[in-house]
Design a protein around this ligand. Structure first.
Ligand SMILES: [Zn+2]
Length: 333
């Protein structure tokens, strides 16, 4: 009988960090543990918090550290993936040049993978989620920003400078390009992230003369979210429908660029906006058929992701598993 293999994945975000243990098939052994990241307390405290989150996840899974084969850690960029270092991430200020992989390796004495958080989420979906039956997949994560990841033949496309898969910042508009959170203009994120949908909505409301139901929604909630826009569109509000349709078009432009650059088996969408349902993804497919070459437009599967907010830690654990497998090959060869 072989000993079962377990891997810990840790997904570090600006607000919380989440760790969970998965088995060799990527199935979570227990619910993941979340602790506040509190980056403002400094990077040494941050590393301690990572250790603590990993330990709690292992005990939540009713396992001992000796039963863990490897660890994977995912963090937001900027980063040096190959070097295992967080450089100067806007979401983790004031952390700078944090040797995450070295720290985790030394603390737990286990093979440790280090990965960009969006790449890790893409790998999670590829390993056990929407992409588990395909060879290549692109994932767009639609949140405050737009994250992305590209997986080809079980490999995360990290790029030569740790900037592979920055799909939210592909340029999709040249004429009067909107300002993006990255301070560049015309990025996909500046049009189709949840917060950009809200910005576009307020601009459209200023111009529509009070007809849209969104005016009333704003007055009663005191704010508007992308979800409100999708709800109003579902109820038939003309302005909301137009905004949702334009958002689908922008995402189709981004998708088409990926079809024409890497020709993947699948393009998947994750994040809060995916609650919009089947009609939204069908609009994206519709515009891809208009924009892309006929063969990839016809054959590439375009769908929603499956793992929700678990994709990050599961994918990080999967990256840990890859490092573990490579360490075995090294011993054999
Ligand atoms: Zn940008």
């Amino acid at each position: 009988m072989t000993t079962p293999l377990y891997f810990v994945g840790l997904d570090v975000g600006g607000t919380t960090m989440k760790a969970g243990v998965v088995d060799d098939c990527g199935k979570p052994v227990a619910e993941p543990i979340s602790l506040p990241t509190e980056p403002e307390r400094g990077q040494d405290k941050g590393l301690e918090r990572m250790d603590e989150t990993i330990r709690l996840a292992v005990s939540e899974a009713k396992l001992k550290l000796e039963q863990i084969a490897a660890i994977g850690v995912a963090t937001p960029g900027t980063m040096d993936i190959a070097g295992g270092i967080i450089l100067d991430p806007p979401n983790l200020k004031p952390w700078r040049n944090v040797h995450v992989r070295r720290h985790i390796e030394r603390t737990f004495k286990l093979p440790t993978a280090f990965q960009n958080d969006a790449n890790a989420a893409a790998y999670g979906e590829y390993w056990v989620g929407a992409g588990k039956d395909v060879q290549s997949m692109v994932l767009f994560t639609l949140g405050t920003g737009i994250g992305g990841g590209i997986i080809m033949d079980d490999r995360v496309l990290e790029g030569q400078h740790s900037h592979g898969g920055e799909l939210g910042h592909m340029r999709i508009e040249m004429t009067n390009p909107r300002l993006c959170g990255c301070n560049r203009r015309g990025c996909l994120e500046a049009y189709a992230s949840a917060s950009s949908v809200v910005k576009r909505t307020f601009e459209a409301l200023d111009a529509d003369g009070g007809k849209s139901a969104l005016h009333g929604m704003f007055r009663s909630h005191g704010e508007l979210t992308a979800k409100d826009v999708f709800i109003a569109a579902d109820k038939g509000d003309a302005l909301a429908k137009q905004l949702v349709d334009q958002t689908a078009y922008y995402l189709a432009v981004g998708t088409t660029n990926m079809l024409h650059s890497i020709d993947p088996d699948m393009v998947a969408f994750a994040g809060g906006m995916t609650a919009a349902g089947e009609s939204f993804i069908e609009r994206i497919r519709h515009y891809v058929r208009e924009l892309a070459f006929p063969v990839p437009a016809e054959r590439t599967e375009i769908r929603y992701a499956l793992l929700g907010s678990h994709a990050g830690f599961i994918g990080a654990a999967g990256c840990g598993r890859q490092v573990y497998q490579r360490s075995l090959e090294g011993k054999k060869g």
